[in-house]
Design a protein. Structure first.
Length: 468
């Protein structure tokens, strides 16, 4: 299949210019003015922006009781052409077997390309010994949880250090969920004993200090292991500042935040009639001061990428009602893979907080670099996959769950006004979405193999360069 996209304004993380794009066999082969290649199809993109397809490096399909890969059409209509899922591990199941099992669930189901992070949920020596083999199956990142003590998710500091010491020798990017488990457990018990059971106590029992302490500890562990670190879903100013400080001191410590930490504050958790449960995710939503600080962080480059942390709990709001009378039983997670484009563009670019280049950087380019998929993904460049989003900047709309393909019964962003629309979305040159409708073939998404020594290791590559 040969396609020519004509006259769009190509926007990359560093540039913007009007040009034509020639696509052959799913790859961008030429970019230039007035291309006249013989093709099967010409797409007129006059007046539209052309972005690289989004790379959402933080999604859940199956973990935390979330919906599966057959719902990834939502990613496509939201302009995201690659998702990176956290593959859950069951106790006594080897890490690589767990990832392959998760991959088999995506096969013939995923509507967009997909890749995986490992999650260590059974921290023991035999599992750590598998870390060096992860790149053989195309996995180059690993998440460990400092929260959830008493469950299989939890890793203590010793386990995290052990994993870091092995990971750094093989270029595996270490990720942590940084919340102090003991602070949370003690506060959860206290509030429940006091009869405080509403969803807003999800926030009060996971206060900023729990995230700050764990983030600073994770940084100390990374420094002592001399291992790069990527702190996922940073939700507070203080954690971001600690990461920024370490980074500015020359340590390879980096941060991700997520769309809801930029757009929803704690007030949503306090909604009456148990509505607040719709917004339960971890870390929790934060007071407005933190949202403002995180926007400054993305603007100034202290935060590398914005993921959705899409986690559409199976059963939706009904499932969340399991926590009526006990906020600790509300399943964690919010849907959002479809909305990342609209929110980041509208709240970021249209409100003057970030430039168009910064938008592309956060939405596609840096996530691809962090996970080791760049430059195949995340850029409009010769040789890259033709994952292309043609964007109509004039469109005005309102987020409504009825228009969403998340396959859940509510949207945390219901009623949000947005600008711009993914008019056409191409995955490796094939049209998969058009104006909010999925028009591709289900199951056409392919497992993309991530390369080790990705962005968080650049510092070490520089150190290894010969001195002149
Ligand atoms: N961490 C995540 O990354 N997502 C859902 C819940 C959690 O604890
Ligand atoms: Zn997490
Ligand atoms: Zn997550």
């Amino acid at each position: 299949m040969k396609t020519l996209i004509k006259n769009g304004k190509i926007i990359t993380s560093v540039n913007e210019y009007i040009a034509d794009i020639y696509i052959e066999d799913g790859i961008i082969k030429e970019i230039g003015k007035d291309l006249s290649n013989t093709v099967d199809e010409i797409v007129d993109a006059t007046g539209k922006y052309i972005f690289p397809g989004g790379v959402d490096e933080h999604v859940h399909y199956g973990s935390f009781g979330s919906k599966l890969f057959n719902t990834t059409d939502a990613a496509a209509v939201g302009g995201t052409t690659t998702i990176v899922d956290f593959a859950p591990q069951d106790k006594d199941v080897p890490l690589i077997e767990a990832i392959k099992k998760q991959a088999s669930k995506a096969e013939n189901q995923a509507c967009v390309d997909y890749a995986f992070h490992g999650i260590i949920m059974d921290p023991k020596d035999s599992v750590f010994e598998e870390i060096p083999k992860l790149p053989e199956i195309g996995v180059a990142s690993l998440k460990l949880f400092m929260a959830y003590k008493g469950t299989s998710f939890y890793s203590d500091d010793e386990s995290i250090l052990k994993a870091m010491n092995i990971a750094k020798k093989h270029g595996i990017t270490m990720m942590v969920h940084a919340e102090n488990a003991d602070i949370i457990n003690v506060l959860q018990k206290k509030y429940l004993e006091e009869g405080c059971t509403d969803p807003v106590y999800h926030y009060y029992s996971r206060p900023p200090i729990a995230e700050q302490e764990a983030t600073e500890r994770a940084i100390s562990l990374a420094k002592s292991a001399d291992c790069p670190l990527y702190v996922v879903h940073v939700s507070i100013k203080e954690a971001m500042e600690s990461i920024r400080k370490a980074n500015q001191e020359g340590w390879p410590i980096f941060a991700e935040t997520c769309t809801h930490y930029l757009t929803l504050n704690t007030d949503y958790l306090a909604k009456p009639n148990f509505e607040g449960a719709k917004y339960v995710c971890a870390p929790p939503l934060r007071p407005q001061m933190h949202l403002d600080a995180l926007w400054e962080g993305v603007q100034k480059g202290w935060i590398q990428a914005v993921g959705s942390d899409h986690c559409a709990v199976d059963g939706g709001f009904e499932a969340k009602k399991r926590g009526i009378g006990d906020f600790t039983k509300i399943p964690n997670g919010c849907p959002g893979v479809q909305d990342r484009l609209a929110l980041l563009w509208t709240k970021g670019v249209c409100e003057g907080k970030i430039t168009r280049q910064k938008f592309v950087e956060l939405f596609a380019t840096q996530p691809a670099k962090v996970v080791g998929l760049y430059p195949q993904k995340g850029d409009i460049a010769i040789g890259s996959d033709a994952d292309i989003l043609i964007f109509d900047p004039e469109y005005k709309g309102v987020i409504r769950n009825v228009d969403s393909l998340h396959d859940t019964d509510y949207s945390p962003f219901e009623g949000f006004e947005f600008r711009g629309l993914a008019e056409k979305v191409f995955l490796r040159g094939e049209l998969i979405a058009e104006k909010g409708k999925f028009v591709g073939k289900r199951g056409k998404g392919k497992w993309q193999k991530c390369k080790p020594y990705a962005l968080c290791y650049d510092y070490y590559k520089e150190k290894a360069l010969p001195k002149h």
